[in-house]
Design a protein around this ligand. Sequence first.
Ligand SMILES: [Zn+2]
Ligand SMILES: [Zn+2]
Length: 349
Amino acid sequence: MRMFQVCVCGQPLQLREQPTPQPKGTEVLLKTLAAGVCHSDIHLNDGYFDLGGGKRMSLEDRGMKLPVTLGHENVGEVVAVGPDARGAKVGARMLVHPWIGCGHCAVCARGDENLCRAMRSLGVFINGGYADHIMVPHPRYLIDIGDLPPERAAPLACSGVTTYGALKKVPTLKTEPTVIIGAGGLGLMCLALHKQMGGHSAIVVDIDPAKRDAAKQAGAAAVIDGAAPDAAQQIIKLTDGGAWAVIDLVGSSQTARLGVDSLIKGGKYVIVGLFGGDVTLSLPPIPMRALTVQGSYVGSLPETTELIELVRRTGLPPVPVRTRPLDDVNAVLDELRAGKVIGRVVLTP
Ligand SMILES: [Zn+2]
Ligand SMILES: [Zn+2]
């Protein structure tokens, strides 16, 4: 099999070849049909997250072992099934839920594998989909996509479930406007799912006019330039006193400041993006204004299953998707790094 791996952090992915493994135990082998390129692949390629103040969180310190094949938004066709992999059928086209926990701790048992302390995420800690084949540890991580096109379904595994999980943390989703910071691939997905989940209205913030246009066309009630000095005041005015919920898909020092400053009393700031940085917050306003600051990390297996049900019922989120050959992976990562991608790029082997 051919696969593109991080061999040295900060350097382009390297093409490697090895014999295609045969599934053992509960494993299932899929032929890759589509693999979405996610912004976090840039961090995974670089090998660290920026913690602000010159500090870094190293992924190798957190258990990432090199070389590893990236790619965590995958759809594949089952081609071989281990002797104990019950329920997996050769020929089925499946979305791979990549946020895999240890499988036996209390957190995993209650369905929050994405919060397990010993995660084995596919495309992060175990080999992912920037390859012609993917090995999945257990058939329970496979979700039937029915007749959804693989390249449109693949982004649901990260971009989709990450925004779905964040939107589910907004109690006022159906009754008040939700502010979405960031109108890249994640932002457009969030906007589309917000609508499909019955959201009231969405105000989208981005510093890039092209991305604001894309959000406007995709149904944002209003768009705001995040670089405007009065961006928070604009949000407060549009929401009649402040936002009940801000979902920050960027996660930089600037957007965190903006997000918290835009809230109404009782409002909630949900941080999803991993751009990096830090922020100093005055503490008294947090209790006095009863603010909530909540992190949201990818999504759980039950959430991915719910999301696929939602999409099969209400249609695919109309996020622009472009396909590129797998061999272009390094060029695509560079374009993403330069902020040149609108919507999502999906690799096909
Ligand atoms: Zn991702
Ligand atoms: Zn666990």
